[in-house]
Design a protein around this ligand. Structure first.
Ligand code: DAH
Length: 329
């Protein structure tokens, strides 16, 4: 077959051009079939060698197989390039920008009651007071009896106090800690006690559970002037330097004299807490000699303090767990 070599050269050149121009693996497969498939041009040459004479048959056969191998190699190389490009494109399309800022989860913060409680405690720990703790389920003695409440005192009445089966109560004030912390101990004492208390009461300014902080200072020379100075400093620390306080004579069984404490706020007097000089009988109940020691105590609502500080109109806003309220602080 004269010119077989040239024919194969032309086929190869043609294949080289077609393969280089293939734009997809699909197009490449079709081009390959055009040369190497059953009816492809190289296959046709190979099929024709049967008609050739011996020597020529071997030469053309060999040349055709070489061409076939070269075309296969060109196809393989081009396929690799096309597949690589495909992958690049997919990667480019689905690119993930790891430098984009993430979605920040919402951050919580302290409840206003916790916030003011910490501030109130910090004021006292700074002055050398310790922090005492007491249980919310309390004996009648620690909540009432030891604090000099007579048996028939109205505060023991069913309307105020939650009674627990077995004779205990849910403590109605943090004053129970006076008895707990002082009994069997030797003064001087300086401590505060924040905590939950319970009363059968519910309206805009009362809730059945609320928080109080109790403060006690006992030494040989502690006077009402110390009480007054401490409360002035405390109020001004919490509400501002020009804050005024006022004492209104009052009665508590566990203090003598006793006063209710008002704070000047927004041009009015708001009731803030109770205070007084610890009654000698309370000291005696704790095993302390009232001839030698005397001291003051006071207690106020922590929630009430938060309400004053941030002008919160209703105590229930503090306890209904609505994040719209909490988020404002
Ligand atoms: N325990 C009183 C109450 O809950 C508040 C109080 C008044 C506490 C006078 C005191 C005090 O320590 O001296 O209403």
């Amino acid at each position: 077959m004269p010119g077989a070599a040239e024919h194969l050269d032309r086929i190869l050149a043609e294949a080289r051009g077609a393969i280089a121009g293939a734009e997809s693996t699909q197009a490449l497969a079709e081009i390959r079939a055009g040369f190497l498939g059953k009816k492809g041009s190289v296959s046709t040459v190979l099929r024709g060698i049967g008609d050739l004479a011996g020597a020529e048959r071997a030469a053309v056969g060999k040349a055709a197989n070489v061409t076939k191998g070269e075309i296969e190699a060109l196809v393989a190389k081009r396929r690799e390039a096309l597949e690589g490009a495909d992958q690049e494109r997919v990667l480019a399309e689905h690119r993930l920008d790891v430098t984009l800022p993430g979605f920040a989860p919402p951050r919580g913060h302290l409840h206003p009651t916790s916030h003011i409680e910490r501030e109130m405690c910090a004021f006292f720990t700074q002055m050398g007071y310790s922090i005492e703790d007491g249980p919310e389920v309390e004996t009648d003695w620690n909540n009432f009896g030891g604090l000099n409440f007579p048996e028939d005192h109205p505060a023991r009445d069913m309307q105020d106090t939650f009674f627990v089966p077995g004779g205990n109560v849910l403590r109605t004030h943090t004053s129970n800690v006076q008895i707990r912390a002082m009994t069997g101990q030797e003064p001087p004492f300086r401590f505060v006690c924040p905590g939950r208390v319970y009363r059968h009461d519910l309206d805009g300014t009362h809730y059945p559970m609320f928080h109080q902080i109790e403060a006690v200072c006992v030494d040989e020379q502690t006077t009402f002037a110390d009480l007054k100075g401490t409360l002035f400093a405390f109020a001004r620390h919490l509400f501002g330097e020009s804050t005024d306080i006022r004492f209104r004579a009052h009665f508590f069984p566990f203090t003598e004299p006793s006063a209710e404490l008002d704070i000047g706020w927004g041009g009015r007097w708001l009731e803030w807490g109770g205070c007084g000089m610890i009654h000698p009988r309370v000291l005696l109940n704790c095993g302390i000699d009232p001839e030698r020691y005397q001291g003051f105590a006071f207690g106020m609502g922590i929630d009430r303090t938060a309400m004053i500080r941030w002008d919160i109109p209703n105590i229930q806003l503090l306890f209904d767990g609505d994040v719209r309220t909490a988020e404002q602080f």
